[in-house]
Design a protein around this ligand. Structure first.
Ligand code: AHR
Length: 502
C-alpha cells in the first residue's frame, strides 16, 4: 500500500534562512466589541474572576498559547473612542453609544485595566490611537500618559489614577482601517498618509523609542489597494516602521478545497504589499526597510447572518461569535505557515481576535474552552520560536480560484541555541494521505521527539462547552527517522507538528 501513497518532499538546510521569527508574529487582538472584553477577559462577580474582575480561567488558556502581544482597544471601535473615558475612577466614567458596533460602552474597563491584565497574562500591548474622529493632539497626549515617568500633565494624571510607573508601551497603531468607508473618520490615502506622518512624528517626539504601524488596506479586495499603500508610505515613510495588512476568509460556498487555498491568496497579498513597500523605498532612495504587521487575520463568516439580527444599543451582546470547525483549523494552520514563510518581513501578526469575538477561546458564565483554531495557533507560538528556514515543498498542486494550491503547506523553524527543529505541515488533500520525506542529514544529532497531529472525519466538527474536546490534537505514531531521513504519513486533511531535538 505504502508505495501507492502520494508523496511530498520537503527540502531544508540550516544555512538557508528566511529570517528570525519575531515572536510578535504570534500576537492577537482584543477589541471593545461583543463579549471580548466584557464577559471575555473581564467579568466581575463571575466565579472565575479575581478581585479585579479578570477571568483567571481565560488567562490560563492565553498563557497556554504564550501570546506575546495583544492589539487593543480596536479595530473599528478605536476610530471614535476617547481613551480618557476609560481612565480614572470607574464611577466617573461616562456610558456612551458606541457607533462602530451599534452598542453601549460603559467604559468600566479601559487602558489601565488592560495594562494590568496584560501584565498578568505575560503579554505586551500594541496600542491603537484614534485617527478617525481625533488626531495628532490626542495621539501625543496618550503617549505622554503612558510613557512619561512624571512631572507633566498627562503623566501626573496617570499617577493620580493610581499608576505610578509608566506603561512604556512600545508599539503603536496609527488608527485602524482608515481606507474603509465604514470607518469613522475614513480618509483618502493622501489625507490619512499626512495624518499618520504627523501623528507618528509627534508621538516619537514624546518617546523616541516607540515603533509605529501605519494602516495599509483593510483587505486585498479594496478598490484602493496598492495605491493606498503607495500614497500612505510616500507621505509617512520616515516616521513609520510597519505597514498593516488585514484579511479574513470564509467558506460561504461550502467549497473546502477553494477555502483551504486561501493561504495562497494570503501569500500573494503579502508579496504584493512588500512590492509596494520596496517600490517606495526605491523611489525615496531610502536605506530604511518597511516591514509588515499583519495585525488582523483569521476566518470570519459563520456569525455574519446572526449578527444582522442584533438589537441595537445594548451592552456587550454575542457579536461576531464564530463557532469554528475543523476545516477552519486547517486553514488557520496554513495561514500561520504562510506568515512564517515570510518571517523576514512579517514581523508582527495578530490572530483576530482572542476571546469570544472570532476567537480561539470562548467563554460562558460557567467556563472557558478551546475552539478548533486554538490548536495550530498555540502549537506555532509554543514550538515555532527560532529561525524560519527556506522550506521547499515538492508536492502536487490542485487548481483553485487563487491559482495552483499545493496539497501540502509546510515550514521549518530551527532553534539552534536550544537544539530544536520543528516542521509544521498541513495536508489539504481531503481524500488521501500523503507520505512526507525530509532529508535531515544537515541536522546532525537531532532525534525525532514527537509528531502531534490533528484530524477529524467531519470537516464541520466543532468544540462546544458541552463537548470541548471533539476536535483536539493527538500524539501520533506516523513518523520515523532513519539514517537522517524522515518519513511521515500525513493523514488526509490534517494539521501536523513534527518536532526534533538534539
Ligand atoms: O476584528 C473585527 C473587525 O474587523 C475590526 O474591528 C476591524 O478592524 C475589521 O474590519
Amino acid at each position: 500500500m505504502a508505495d501507492k501513497l502520494k508523496k511530498a518532499q520537503v527540502i531544508i538546510d540550516p544555512n538557508f534562512v528566511v529570517g528570525e521569527v519575531d515572536k510578535r508574529i504570534y500576537g492577537s487582538f482584543i477589541e471593545h466589541l461583543g463579549r471580548a472584553v466584557y464577559e471575555g477577559i473581564y467579568q466581575p462577580g463571575n466565579k472565575f474572576a479575581d478581585k479585579n474582575g479578570l477571568r483567571k480561567d481565560v488567562m490560563e488558556l492565553i498563557k497556554e498559547i504564550n501570546v506575546p502581544i495583544v492589539r487593543y482597544p480596536g479595530g473599528n471601535f478605536v476610530s471614535a473612542y476617547n481613551w480618557e473615558d476609560g481612565v480614572g475612577p470607574v464611577k466617573d466614567r461616562p456610558k456612551k453609544i458606541e457607533l462602530a458596533w451599534g452598542v453601549v460602552e460603559t467604559n468600566e474597563f479601559g487602558l489601565n485595566e488592560f495594562m494590568d491584565w496584560a501584565k498578568q497574562v505575560g503579554t505586551e500591548p500594541m496600542y491603537a490611537v484614534n485617527l478617525g474622529t481625533r488626531g495628532i493632539d490626542d495621539a501625543k497626549n496618550i503617549v505622554e500618559y503612558c510613557n512619561i515617568k512624571s512631572g507633566t500633565y498627562y503623566s501626573d494624571l496617570r499617577i493620580k489614577h493610581g499608576v505610578k510607573e509608566p506603561h512604556n508601551i512600545k508599539l503603536w497603531c496609527l488608527g485602524n482601517e482608515m481606507d474603509g468607508p465604514w470607518q469613522m473618520g475614513h480618509r483618502t490615502a493622501a489625507e490619512y498618509g499626512m495624518l499618520a506622518a504627523r501623528a507618528g512624528q509627534i508621538m516619537k517626539l514624546v518617546d523616541p523609542t516607540i515603533e509605529t504601524v501605519a494602516c495599509g488596506s483593510s483587505s486585498l479586495t479594496m478598490p484602493s489597494f496598492g495605491e493606498w499603500e503607495r500614497t500612505v508610505l510616500e507621505c509617512s515613510y520616515d516616521t513609520t516602521d510597519y505597514l498593516s495588512l488585514h484579511q479574513y476568509y470564509g467558506n460561504h460556498e461550502n467549497d473546502t478545497p477553494n477555502f483551504l487555498a486561501n493561504s495562497v491568496a494570503m501569500d500573494q497579498f503579502i508579496t504584493q504589499v512588500l512590492s509596494v513597500c520596496d517600490y517606495v523605498k526605491a523611489v525615496k532612495r531610502s536605506k530604511k526597510t518597511i516591514n509588515l504587521s499583519f495585525d488582523e487575520w483569521n476566518v470570519w463568516y459563520h456569525s455574519n447572518e446572526q449578527d444582522k439580527k442584533l438589537e441595537k444599543w445594548v451592552q456587550h451582546p454575542h457579536q461576531l461569535e464564530d463557532v469554528y470547525n475543523f476545516e477552519d483549523l486547517l486553514l488557520v494552520g496554513s495561514m500561520m505557515i504562510t506568515l512564517l514563510r515570510h518571517a523576514d518581513r512579517v514581523k508582527i501578526a495578530c490572530l483576530a481576535q482572542l476571546v469570544n469575538v472570532i476567537a480561539p477561546i470562548m467563554t460562558s458564565d460557567t467556563g472557558a474552552w478551546r475552539q478548533t483554531i486554538f490548536y495550530p495557533y498555540m502549537h506555532a507560538s509554543v514550538y515555532g520560536r527560532g529561525t524560519a528556514l527556506n522550506t521547499v515543498v515538492k508536492v502536487d498542486t490542485y487548481e483553485s480560484k487563487h491559482g495552483d494550491a499545493p496539497y501540502v503547506d509546510s515550514v521549518a523553524i530551527y532553534d539552534e541555541e536550544n537544539g530544536a527543529l520543528t516542521v509544521f505541515a498541513v495536508n489539504k488533500n481531503l481524500e488521501e494521505d500523503i507520505e512526507l520525506n525530509i532529508d535531515l542529514r544537515q541536522f546532525e544529532g537531532f532525534n525525532l521527539k514527537e509528531h502531534i497531529m490533528c484530524t477529524h472525519d467531519d470537516l464541520k466538527a466543532v468544540n462546544t462547552e458541552e463537548n470541548p474536546d471533539n476536535v483536539k490534537p493527538v500524539s501520533y505514531n506516523g513518523s520515523k527517522l532513519e539514517d537522517g531521513k524522515l518519513t511521515s504519513i500525513l493523514p488526509k486533511k490534517s494539521w501536523n507538528v513534527i518536532r526534533f531535538t538534539k
